[in-house]
Design a protein around this ligand. Sequence first.
Ligand code: ADP
Ligand code: 5GP
Length: 202
Amino acid sequence: MYKGLLFVVSGPSGAGKGTICKQLAKDSNIDLSVSMTTRDPRPFEKDGVSYYFVSEEEFFKVRDKGGFLEYATVYGKHYGTPKDAVMKKLEMGRDVVLEIDIQGALQIRKNYPAGIFIFILPPSMSELRKRITGRGSESEESINLRLGEALKEVSYIDKYDYCVVNGDLSEAVSRVAAIVKAEHSRVSESIYELIEQYRKEL
Ligand code: ADP
Ligand code: 5GP
């Protein structure tokens, strides 16, 4: 029985997933999973913090050993969630957030149905373009690839439990935090321990 909750956050590139998740981790008791990727680091991205940046050979070695909870090819590069690190945290009672694409989210839905799935939307496509361009991390080709996929990605929204439009950043962060809080208030196994405690007290 895992004690922590697993949150999966997806949405088009540039919608603000990373920004929201980082703020959430700063404000609350929640850990961000660090994925492995074969894409090149962006300026200011640190190995082991933003991602584990690895060669294709290293990536496939981990994949072949069954080391990923999920993995996918996104915008032409490979990405995967290291399984052991996430499972250990959940067992310890820590909440974990995976910021992953839709293909990965669908794998988690199948293999870990207790996951909670949140989709982040931009307020408009023009704002999405502005944000991806403004981030200054992508080539023109990569920007167009990411924008071209955005509508296709949004069509998977019905596979998710919640959606949050990231217009005002602090409003979006507080909405995601509210989802985390609500999920902790569900009637679940652990509440019966408390009820058992009541019985002993009487
Ligand atoms: P994603 O992780 O979804 O690809 P990022 O978190 O990298 O997106 O955000 C893309 C860009 O948009 C970043 O430069 C970030 O600072 C900016 N950004 C994120 N959320 C907002 C917001 N609510 N308003 C304005 N800019 C934002
Ligand atoms: P970026 O290159 O902009 O950091 O990420 C590109 C896309 O890959 C985003 O949609 C992001 O959520 C997704 N991604 C990041 N890590 C993983 C992962 O471990 N697995 C999957 N399936 N997607 C990931």
